[in-house]
Each structure stands twice: as structure tokens, then as C-alpha cells.
Design a protein around this ligand. Sequence first.
Ligand code: G3P
Length: 222
Amino acid sequence: MKLFLDTANLADIRWASQAGLIDGVTTNPTLLSQAAGDVDPRDVLKEICSLVDGPVSAEVVAVDAEGMYREGRELAKLADNVVVKIPMIEEGMIAVRRLVADGVRVNVTLCFSSVQCLIAAKAGATYVSPFLGRLDDVGHEGMDVVREARIIFDNYDIETEILAASIRHPRHVAEAALIGADVATMPTEVLKKLLLHPLTDRGLDRFLNDWSKLASRAKVNA
Ligand code: G3P
């Protein structure tokens, strides 16, 4: 399963990319508005694309098909690795078909059911993004959408990738991987947590402690 970072924070993206931990990045208007400040968000996106050896999702903010299509075409010009993010609405599906016909890769976002994922895949999306955490927040089982979408896509040999989004903790990542999601995108804090286990730290402390005892004994015997 590929791991994407869900942020527009350049320092975080630089760190994760240089550490070889990520295969791509997803952004959204909220994340870009937080990271860009007074800077033109297109410049931030270009910088992100230069830092990552993999797809970078950039979202349109128009809500009509023509506007989404035009905006998507402009975003796709920013860099070769841009994937245009289109919301899962009726007008959005028209824009998806037009962008895909032009050779632009699309990530359909704000998916909250497996049938929405199916509709987006039939429109030609490269990725569909079910939002796990936001479903969990309203008392649903977000992972069910990934589970159902996986079965549906496998039933019909649909190549659209399932990108598990709105990930809140490492267990979401593990469960998405067990189900067979193609990608999980997560905030920096969750990516960092994937590296950690208290028994790893305790084990390393013990190894180093025992080794230092050996080293000091060797010194005495020398
Ligand atoms: O970028 C899409 C999605 O991952 C947002 O997640 O944490 O705002 O629910 P969140």
C-alpha cells in the first residue's frame, strides 16, 4: 500500500520525502489556506510537486462543471505530477470525464459511500477518496466504505485506486492495508506514529545498555 502525506506544510513534506517515507501528497483547500499564508497557493503547489517523487493532489474550488474543468486544466499545468482533486458531486462527474479525456489524472474526493466510489470510478477517476475519520466522527464505520469499495472494484476489475483519506490514527492505516486499499493518506502526526512502538524504544535502550557494560568490562580487562 502506498503512503501519502495529507498536508501542504513544506517542511513536513521535505522531511517525509527525504526520509523516503511517502509515495505522494494530498492537499485540500483547508490545508493549502493554512500553509500558504500570503503566498500564492499555486506557488506552494509547485514547490510541493518539486519535493515529491510521486502524485500530488490539488483540489479545485469551483462547483460547476465548466469551472472545475477549467481550474483542473490550470492546476494540471503546474507540474507533471499534479492529480486534480474534484468533489463527488454531479457537476464534478462531468468535469472528471472531460479532464480524463484530456489525459489529466483525477482524484474524486469527499466520498462517503461505496456507491459514490463506484460512480467516481465509472467517470474515469484514477483515485477515489473515502473519508474514514469524518464518517467515524458522525457515528458510522468509515472503514466499511473502503471494505465495500474494494469488493466492488474487484468484482468488476475496476482499476481506480482506493485512497483511504481522513485517517486519524495508525489503526486506520493497518485496517485499510488489511482490506487492500491502494493508498492511505495521513497527517504528519499519524505518519510519525507509524514508526513508533514503546517496546522498540525499550528494547533499544536495553541493547545499548548491555553493550556499554560489555565495553566497560573490556576496558577493565585490557
Ligand atoms: O484531504 C482529505 C482528507 O484526508 C481530510 O481529512 O482530517 O480533514 O478529515 P480530515
